[in-house]
Design a binder for this molecule. Sequence first.
Ligand SMILES: [Zn+2]
Length: 455
Amino acid sequence: MSNSVFARHALLPQGWQANVRLHWDDAGELTQVENNAQLLADDAVETYVLPGMTNLHSHAFQRAMAGMTEIAGEGPDSFWTWRDLMYRFALAITPEQIQAIAAQLYSECLRYGYTSVCEFHYLHRAPDGQFYANRAEMAERVIAAATDVGIGISMLPVLYSFADFNDQALRHDQRRFSTNVDDILGLISDLEKHRSAQVEVGVAPHSLRAANVTQIQELVRALPSNRPIHIHIAEQMREVEASLAATGKRPVELLLDTQQVDQRWCLVHATHLTSQEVQGIAKAGAVAGICTTTEGNLGDGFFELPEFIEAGGVFGIGSDSHVSQSAVEEIRWLEYGQRLRSQKRNVASVKGQRHVADFLWNACLLGGAQASGRLVGRLQQGARADFLVLDDQHPNLCDVAPQFLLSSFIFSGNDNLMRDVYVAGRRVVHQQKHVSQERITQSFKQCMTELRSLS
Ligand SMILES: [Zn+2]
């Protein structure tokens, strides 16, 4: 296969351009983006080409639980009751199973528009609470799954030391997550050999509940430069109230006051914010990682999107617990949540970009790329050759002018409009099917037969 494609329309950083030829090298890096190119006889021609999205927040093993927690209990159900089942799963999953689950999940992410993923990985230890003989066993299984299916990955080993604020000891059912700063630095160094243009290794203090401010300072100080740093923050009101009770500060306020938060940081959820916190995150240049489908599923609340956009904040999307693996659904509900909340339409837009779908797709490309710490999200020289080819024969896209294309793509219907997906210049999805789908799905089904008995 030749290392180039001719796009009749391609979404470049400056917007939709006609007649674009993309060239990449054997390592999967874009070497040239030709504008106003002449069509040549041997060109591989596509109609609509756009950059693939980064899924900036994933807990791969939770893919196995999707659909199992939708039954009401005796009392009110909440994030915290959901977490109990999640822990039962977390305690059971073997290295072989996490690899099978992650491979299935990542193949689905690719088919629905994500070409890279940030894996917030906290399942480190064996079910008995001891590290495996190879300390990085579980993380390496997840990286192996990503490499197998061909998605780019930023592996973020999670620091998880406490059950709650005030350094409360971990519960027995949290034993597989247990790590201190030295464990995490050791894991990062174990994973160093996997780093490549397709694999980055950063870090993730789980939350201000599970890691204290001194640990986070120590960890960040020892981290190699320019690595992504992700943290869950202010997802639930209970967490905000616990933070206030323990420290006198709200979680985001506490983070901004005690850490040098900058562009390396991704604040996942950041749901319950004061105006001051909105301004603080935007000013720091950190990414807000919004996971609307999971936040909706868990009843978390709404992100302060209009105010954050107004403040010039950077944001991206993640599928988190994987009740959905679709970049389109994530973006659609990011906007719909705000419409329902404000009783207004076309919320996410700015002067100069009134097309909501274009504004959101482009903003999430940039925010996701920043959160991943990798050269993705833009079709330009030096970036990864990660792109989606839309189905130009589908009735929703047929003969649509480029300025309305993303509107139809995001806000119309339920068919999957991504026909082919390329990562690092390699076609990993063809005609809406992953190139290794049968093998991947067979392993996943077998794994689910084993796991369903736990629910
Ligand atoms: Zn999460």
